[in-house]
Design a protein around this ligand. Structure first.
Ligand code: PMP
Length: 455
């Protein structure tokens, strides 16, 4: 009874609705989701929302896709789970085969979430170095504005103060590279000069760790931490070259950007960069199943195979037959429906529309991104480029104003700036893109009226 009392007392204190479920934000009122269809999601009151961010840049095929639902039902009837320590599964073999063929990688490791796959990429890299007789190489480098997952390795890589702080005592500060974020870090340099500056500083950082450096982790286009931060064209190739010269694996975290989102199969391909390892998640299961993967190059697997010849860790659900069958169906849909090309095409339309909004709405400091991963930097003053006060407040008002108008956008602030992601499903049509832009226009107008009323 004492326990019951304590529980109910804290429930009332924490959550006005008395819910036992620990949610993201205590006390925040969110609608209950009911169902989805295509790019639309409906709440329990029957209100319709255009999913302008594919959930969290995940539902790449939209909702309730009949082909995927059919595969899901058929596979669920056969078998959903078999542990990979006991059985191989045809579904995970086929998934690896297809994923490898679509991305040009010879080996695939399957996990369940982006964070797990990031951890796996780190572990595979650590094992690579151990098998090669350099166990002291354990220092990864990543960017100061970035998000790589909620596990301790992922957070150690992340430049996301809002998500780091609680675990800080257990984290590494891998996030020491200057972010390729021209709007706030170029300080007047043009693209070429900014690229040279970033590259020089990255080289210095790598060399400062000498024979302790293990690899570099990068989001080719940033996601949750800053809002589609897009590097100047020369940066990713230069970073890849720095890694190559030093024999360090380059790991691309394409959890958000991978599998067509930016208008190419992998975002790294925009710059002809072939990372040694690539992490995929989100759009791989497209919201139909939790599934993620690490794509691995020959030389990493060869080193491991020449040594202990086994990967020391996995995750129970990794490569389960149901998740694998669904992810395979998602990949087939991406290919057969030409969704990568659609992302490029609709991405152009979306980008042009956002630029047009930026010309009319002072709150938009910058439009950036690639394909259907677009971001808006929000500022309280376009001249000083100040974010909201407090930081995050403009993001929140934009998300709420959009939601009130039936549009979902993703808050992409990590406590450093104000930004939202606009990233509809890869299946979005031209008409739906126009509707998205009209709803966003409305939301931004309402926001600026609020800002003016406050001033
Ligand atoms: N890496 C990137 C680039 C991400 O965007 C995310 C999720 N926002 C993750 C890793 C972590 O993925 P998950 O939430 O599925 O663990």
């Amino acid at each position: 009874p004492v326990m019951d009392h304590a529980l109910s007392a804290s429930r009332v204190a924490m959550q006005p609705d008395g819910s036992r479920l620990i949610k993201f934000f205590f006390g925040e009122e969110l609608p209950f989701v009911s169902h989805g269809s295509g790019v639309f999601v409906y709440d329990a009151d029957g209100r319709r929302y255009l999913d302008g961010c594919s959930g969290a840049v995940t539902a790449n095929l939209g909702h309730a896709d009949p082909e995927i639902l059919q595969v899901m039902a058929e596979q669920a009837e056969r078998i959903t789970f078999a542990h990979r320590g006991t059985f191989h599964s045809e579904q995970s073999e086929k998934l690896a085969e297809r994923l490898g063929a679509m991305t040009g990688y010879p080996y695939v490791f399957l996990c369940n979430s982006g964070s797990e796959a990031v951890e796996t990429a780190l572990r595979l890299t650590l094992q690579y170095w151990r098998e090669r007789g350099e166990p002291d190489r354990a220092r990864f480098l990543s960017h100061a504005v970035s998000y790589h997952g909620a596990t301790l390795g992922g957070l150690s890589l992340s430049g996301h103060p809002q998500r780091r702080w609680v675990a800080e005592a257990l984290l590494h500060g891998f996030n020491e590279l200057i972010p390729p974020y021209a709007y706030r870090f170029a300080e007047g340099r043009d693209d070429a000069a900014f690229t040279a500056f970033l590259t020089k500083r990255a080289a210095e950082a790598l060399d400062s760790h000498g024979s302790g450096a293990a690899g570099v982790v990068v989001e080719p286009v940033g996601g949750a931490a800053g809002g589609a931060i897009t590097p100047p064209d020369g940066y990713l190739p230069a970073l890849a070259e720095l890694c190559r010269e030093r024999g360090l694996p380059l790991i691309a975290d394409e959890v958000m950007t991978g599998l067509g989102r930016t208008g190419t199969m992998l975002a790294s391909q925009h710059w002809d960069v072939r990372p040694d390892l690539v992490v995929l998640g989100k759009g791989m299961g497209a919201g139909y199943t939790p599934v993620s993967a690490v794509l691995v190059s020959e030389h990493v697997v060869d080193a491991i195979a020449a040594g202990t010849a086994s990967v020391t860790n996995g995750h129970t659900y990794g490569g389960n037959p149901l998740g694998s069958a669904v992810a395979l169906a998602v990949l087939e849909a991406v290919e057969s429906r030409n969704l990568v090309a659609n992302a490029a095409e609709r991405g152009k339309q979306l980008r042009a529309g956002l630029e047009e909004l930026a010309a009319r709405h002072e709150v938009i400091g910058e439009v950036r991104g690639l394909g259907l991963l677009q971001g808006l930097e929000l500022v309280s003053d376009p001249v000083t480029r100040s974010p909201g006060d407090p930081v995050g407040s403009l993001t929140r008002s934009a998300v709420l104003a959009a939601r009130e108008r039936g549009l979902l956008v993703y808050p992409a602030t990590g406590g450093i700036n104000d930004a939202i992601l606009v990233a509809p499903p890869l299946t979005v049509t031209a008409e739906e893109t126009d509707l998205l832009l009209a709803l966003l226009d409305d939301a931004l107008s309402a926001m600026s009226q609020c800002t003016r009323a406050r001033a």
